[in-house]
Design a binder for this molecule. Structure first.
Ligand code: GDP
Length: 294
């Protein structure tokens, strides 16, 4: 995860780390390298410039310049700025409501159904009573996939294989949860290979009809800049509450993790790091920043 970025950032910082003194000249050289490490990691140029300008200004502050270990302080500044870039504080999901309704959106192949199963397992572990709803009306295989995952994690799945009305299925699923005393409903929706108008209209209609407590947008982090662009489009249409970054286990660059918060101004709430049901973590920006700095 983030190997390329980690490598380049560390190389950039290394020279400064050993210095007993920070000067405008050696900071400028390091900042240039840090910026390059970020843009190489697919971070949007404007975002990379903003964060490195802030790092430079903080590094040239008098307190840093006269400190005993300016190099260490520099690393701390980079760590703080990376944390801020990724959203600052960790953000939980809203599970208030009777039942609370969580809508899952994203492109096909992004890892939506896998995440839906993982989230159910995660909430079940916390003692919550969960119902999964299969509202992907285009791929019969998606319904089966969700059923298999539901069985695996021990959570019921509501599906209507013959029904082609996603709004009706979502509503019926919520009714079913009420009848059976389930407190959280997670609705897995259809995804297409690319953003298309029909898909957007359908998920907008589902959202309007069920008024979810939480809408999560799932995106494959390995798609880099595309992940950020897709997030932007989905957010404009759905005004989602949070982002789930998947396949972080295969993401050597990290651009999506670093750019999404700035571009869509919505927090990353979960990260998915593998195909197994346990491979889900709450996203902590500070921990991720430490990890990136190795
Ligand atoms: P959907 O079409 O959005 O519902 O995507 P799926 O949940 O079917 O996932 C697509 C593929 O990605 C499947 O082969 C999953 O096993 C795989 N996948 C999902 N999440 C992750 C992840 O975090 N890491 C890895 N390595 N693979 C994942």
């Amino acid at each position: 995860m983030f190997e390329n970025l980690q490598d380049k950032l560390n190389k950039a910082i290394k020279t400064l780390k050993g210095q007993g003194r920070i000067t405008e000249i050696n900071v400028a050289a390091t900042i240039k390298e840090v910026r390059r490490a970020l843009t190489d990691a697919d971070v949007n140029y404007k975002v990379a410039k903003e964060i490195t300008d802030r790092i430079r200004d903080k590094a040239l502050d008098r307190k840093v310049l006269i400190s005993v270990e300016p190099g260490q302080l520099f690393v701390k500044i980079v760590q703080e700025e990376l944390t801020e870039l990724m959203g600052g504080e960790a953000q939980g999901i809203n599970i208030k409501g009777d039942p609370a309704v969580i809508l899952i959106a994203g492109l096909q192949g992004s890892g939506k159904t896998t995440f839906t199963g993982k989230l159910a397992a995660y909430l079940k572990k916390q003692g919550r009573n969960v119902l999964l709803v299969a509202a992907d009306i285009y791929r019969p295989a998606a319904i089966d996939q969700l059923k298999v995952l539901g069985e695996q994690v021990g959570v019921d799945v509501y599906a209507e294989p013959e029904n082609k009305d996603a709004v009706a299925i979502a509503k019926n699923g919520i009714d079913q949860a009420r009848k059976t005393g389930k407190k959280i409903v997670i609705i897995d929706t259809a995804g297409r290979l690319a953003v298309d108008e029909a898909m957007m209209q359908e998920i907008e209609a589902v959202k309007r009809a069920i008024n979810p407590t939480e809408t999560l947008f799932v995106v494959d982090s390995m798609t880099g800049q595309d992940a950020v662009n897709t997030a932007k489009t989905f957010n404009e249409r759905l005004n989602f509450d949070g982002v789930v970054l998947t396949k972080l286990d295969g993401d050597a660059r990290g651009g999506a993790a670093l750019s999404i918060k700035t571009v869509v101004n919505k927090p990353i709430k979960f990260i998915s790091t593998g195909e197994k049901m346990e491979a889900l973590d709450v996203f902590y920006p500070d921990r991720m920043a430490s990890r990136i700095l190795g």
